[in-house]
Design a protein around this ligand. Structure first.
Ligand code: CP3
Length: 382
């Protein structure tokens, strides 16, 4: 039998119901995010909606990504492209972590090949005046995109909201461009602690408003990206960052108690316990931390997302599938696993390798005891 997701004709793995979508059963992503057995281990990829896809390059056009994000039809189409092509189990909204700062007129753009750049970074208290509070109307183009997607996505493919965590967004606003050593960010922590916390509080409120808006329009889970938190010592993370990320997660839990939260950073092995203490449902792991190590440290019930090295995907199908098998072995059949890369898809990635990874995860983890929404046969994966 063909692995699930390789064919546009629904393939049932056990008896009735005859339809791949049965009311009342859970999408695999939602089940795994709660640690419940799913029809197969769900898969999605950070940065799946992007430059590695020829169909993305075909519709993206010139100009800033921030302008593309402002066109709901285009943003919805780009969000759907990887769902159609790969049969992934979640769609991640085509947006960016600097959208809220841009939307309040802070003066930040995303330079192609570089990343976020701000002409006038935050260095002193008066600079905070340029970061007024975000209101949902400022990002109505994002919620318009969510509205389209909630209608168009297959029922078994939830839409993921996301925002940058206060530290990672703050580092761009302070440095003014991507940084290797986070010199000005760390200088502010060390010499202007009051200003630092004031900035973090504003960025926490903005992340809450941004994610709340997406969830209120029908996104079903969210990821908080603290991509660069690994640059900090554990002591500094606990003092300068953790209280703010915890506030974001706690507030969103009180507004959306059922919604799973994924908390992710790169190079954060030394911070895992501290990140976990911020309260997210799912811990996102990069490729450095074996899943079994994370559970040995934090607890056997830990629900994880990850963590195939994106470099192995560049190394071709054979290497990628060997890495995939290793990730699944590290997870040891635990139901609380969402398969992903350990960081985003890189632009040079061959989409056929990712398609093979999706099919391998689905077929290796298929659980005939669970029927219903498991069949991710909602498109024609190439
Ligand atoms: O995951 C997805 O497919 C959804 C879309 C998404 C984008 N950015 C679109 C994007 C997501 C989840 C992000 C998050 C993001 N943006 C993060 C956190 C995750 C991570 O990868 O670490 C960060 C740090 C950013 C900031 C940012 N935006 C960077 C560093 C870049 C790359 C700049 C470059 O060109 O090398 C961007 C631009 C960006 N964001 C692109 C996409 C598809 C590519 C540029 C384009 O198409 O114009």
């Amino acid at each position: 039998m063909k692995p699930i997701g390789t064919d546009s004709v629904p393939v049932m793995v056990s008896g009735p119901p005859a339809s791949p979508v049965s009311v009342g059963s859970e999408p695999p992503f939602i089940a795994a995010a709660a640690g419940r057995p799913a029809a197969h281990t769900p898969v999605w990829f950070m940065r799946q909606a992007g430059r590695s896809l020829p169909e993305y390059r075909a519709v993206r056009g010139e100009g800033s990504i921030l302008d593309a994000i402002k066109q709901p039809d285009l943003a919805a189409e780009i969000t759907l492209q990887p769902v159609r092509r790969y049969g992934v189990d979640a769609a991640v909204l085509f947006s960016d972590i600097v959208v809220p700062a841009h939307a309040v007129g802070f003066g930040i753009d995303v330079a192609p090949g570089t990343g976020p750049v701000a002409e006038h970074p935050i260095r002193r208290p008066a600079d905070l005046d340029r970061l007024r509070p975000l209101s949902p109307e400022d990002v109505s183009y994002v919620t318009d995109t969510v509205d389209i997607l909630v209608n168009e996505l297959p029922k078994n493919v939830p839409l993921l909201a996301f925002a940058g965590a206060p530290f990672t967004v703050g580092s761009y606003l302070i440095e003014g461009r991507p940084s290797r050593n986070y010199r000005f960010t760390k200088e502010m922590m060390a010499t202007q602690e009051h200003l630092w916390h004031e900035l973090m509080e504003r960025l926490s409120e903005s992340a809450i408003t941004f994610i709340d808006a997406q969830l209120s329009h029908g996104a079903r889970a969210y990821q908080l990206f603290d991509s660069w938190a690994g640059t900090l010592s554990r002591r500094d993370y606990d003092r300068y960052v953790a209280p703010h990320s915890r506030r974001v997660i706690t507030e969103l839990r009180s507004r959306h108690p059922e919604v799973p939260a994924i908390h992710f950073g790169i190079g954060c092995d030394h911070l895992l316990e501290s990140i976990y203490a911020c309260g997210a449902t799912v811990l996102g792991l990069d490729w450095r931390t074996p899943i079994s190590d994370a559970r040995a440290r934090i607890g056997e019930d830990l629900i994880v997302q990850g963590n195939l090295d994106p470099a192995l995907v560049l190394a071709g199908t054979e290497a990628a599938l060997a890495g995939t098998a290793q990730v699944l072995a590290d997870n040891g059949g635990h139901p609380g696993h969402i398969f992903n890369l350990g960081h985003g898809v890189v632009p040079e990635t061959n989409p056929e390798v990712l398609a093979a990874v999706v099919n391998a995860v689905h077929s290796a983890t298929r659980n005939p005891a669970i029927t219903g929404m498991g069949n991710a046969n909602h498109g024609d994966p190439v």
